[in-house]
Design a protein around this ligand. Structure first.
Ligand SMILES: [Zn+2]
Length: 491
């Protein structure tokens, strides 16, 4: 951006925020922290941070004034959707224009609100000209379509004959997952730099590979499966990384399927097994931060995952070849208030918190326990309790405090955090937010500090040790680690 343009932008922002008197200089790092604090106020997450939409707005505004681009976007959205501030369409458009110049809408000739996207026209266009054949399903899809604010995230009804080459890839505990070729393909925005500005064009990637998953209860009652679809959509609005493309119906079996992103690197477990010797702690900490962020989103949305294990965390490589995680199996996802485990529970025993095995209900803290088990697995490259019968003797041992171990050389701070997650007292386990912040801090150290930093030294040392450890082959087949009904000790 030229200096001149930058100055104009700054003037415009001061003009827009002249009622806002805290225009002190804020650096990038600080504006990011203020944005995050705003996010916590908006959703009421974190110790001592209660839900306060107006505080959320003022924090977004402060980070926006400091030039934080996400802050600018959030301020615009607050004005549009009345988050902690009066609805103001004019200010919404002003802030959106600052955020980026997206050209004009072909329908109303007003400024676009996003890349090749007009929030006034495009959601209305998306809900027209199609039907699944069922009004309830149509309405459910349309409800989300109206709330989506970018082309690439728009969901749609996908006729089954536009899907080809369907193959079963996972015999999931909670319904199978298939791969398929979507003939029309995933939505993409093409951006072209044209001297002083970008132009954006809508396109699709024809014949893209997608994943299909039968939704729970989709055969008996169409309304039941929509509940799972709703849960997935609610999490994508909270920025979960799993991309959903829409719904389809198998014309023969009449089953409804969700069409979503195909993870090209399979599950976390498969990825660890294949690459363990070459994975540095820097990559592992990155992955864990990602997984903890997704867990945080689920908890913030008021849900509990309840079936958290390395077989249903999917990994995908983004364009920068960074690994990204997402959850595939949200079938059992429960709302935080209803987590009853009457009549047995469903899961993979070594990942299930001990109080749940004893018959108590699922809680957010039980998800955190599962996260602790995954921390152990990422340290050792081994699945927990591999080769041991998953029987009542194992359950009793878990009660007496048995937990999976850590690889030699694993840093103490890491083991300490994992052990807190695995505490037998759910109250003593950290929250998803605490875990995410800790991992963020370690990642920052790994990326920025010099090699003399004590924590960095420990992780770098652990990298060297791993190369000297013997490779242990898994004893159990994958089948052992898919979700099953478990009889709790209460039964
Ligand atoms: Zn328009």
């Amino acid at each position: 951006m030229s200096n001149n343009k930058e100055n104009n932008l700054h003037d415009k922002m001061i003009q827009l925020t002249n009622s806002f008197n805290q225009l002190d200089f804020i650096d990038d790092q600080k504006s990011e922290e203020i944005l995050w604090l705003g996010y916590r106020y908006e959703h009421g997450i974190g110790i001592g941070v209660e839900l306060d939409k107006h505080k959320a707005f003022t924090h977004y505004l402060k980070s926006a004034v400091a030039g934080n681009s996400m802050g600018i976007f959030k301020v615009a959205i607050c004005y549009r959707y009345r988050v902690g501030v009066e609805k103001n369409e004019v200010k919404f458009y002003d802030w959106i224009k600052i955020w980026f110049d997206y050209g004009k809408c072909a329908h109303c000739n007003e400024d676009n609100t996003n890349e090749a996207w007009c929030q006034t026209c495009d959601p209305d266009i998306a809900i027209q000209g199609w039907t699944s054949g069922n009004k309830v399903i149509d309405n459910s899809i349309k409800r989300f379509q109206l709330r989506i604010f970018e082309y690439e995230r728009m969901i749609e009804w996908i006729p089954f004959d536009r899907l080809d080459n369907i193959k079963k890839i996972v015999e999931g505990g909670y319904g199978s997952v298939f791969s398929a070729t979507w003939l029309d393909g995933i939505r993409k925005i093409e951006s072209n730099w044209n001297y002083s500005t970008y132009t954006y064009t809508r396109t699709r990637e024809p014949s893209s590979t997608v994943a299909l998953k039968a939704l729970s209860g989709s055969r008996e009652n169409s309304l039941d499966f929509l509940k799972e679809f709703d849960r997935h959509m609610k999490c994508t609005f909270l920025d979960s990384k799993l991309k959903i493309y829409g719904l389809t119906q198998n014309t023969e079996t009449k089953k409804y399927l969700m069409v979503f992103q195909f993870a090209n690197n399979g599950s976390l477990h498969k990825f660890l097994r294949k690459n363990f010797q070459n994975l540095t702690w820097q990559i592992k900490l990155n992955l864990l931060q990602d997984i903890s962020y997704d867990l945080l989103q689920i908890h913030a949305a008021g849900y509990i995952h309840t079936d958290f294990h390395s077989g249903n965390i999917l990994l995908d490589e983004d364009i920068n070849k960074n690994m990204r995680s997402s959850f595939s199996d949200l079938g059992l996802f429960k709302t935080a208030c209803k987590g009853s485990s009457e009549g047995g529970i469903y899961g993979v025993i070594p990942y299930v918190a001990q109080e749940v095995l004893s018959g108590l209900k699922f809680t957010k803290a039980a998800d955190v326990y599962g996260f602790g088990i995954i921390m152990s697995e990422i340290s050792t490259g081994q699945r927990p309790f591999d080769g041991r019968p998953f029987d009542s003797i194992l359950l009793l041992d878990i009660f007496r405090g048995l937990r999976p171990g850590f690889a030699p050389g694993t840093p103490d701070c890491y083991i300490e955090l994992a052990k807190q997650c695995l505490s037998s007292d759910p109250q003593k386990r950290p929250k998803a937010l605490d875990i995410n912040e800790k991992l963020y801090e370690w990642n920052k150290i790994m990326n920025n500090s010099d090699n003399a930093n004590d924590i960095k030294k420990q992780f770098l040392y652990a990298d060297k040790i791993i190369k000297t450890l013997p490779i242990i082959s898994p004893k159990y087949p994958d089948q052992m680690y898919t979700g099953k009904m478990i009889n709790t000790l209460a039964k």
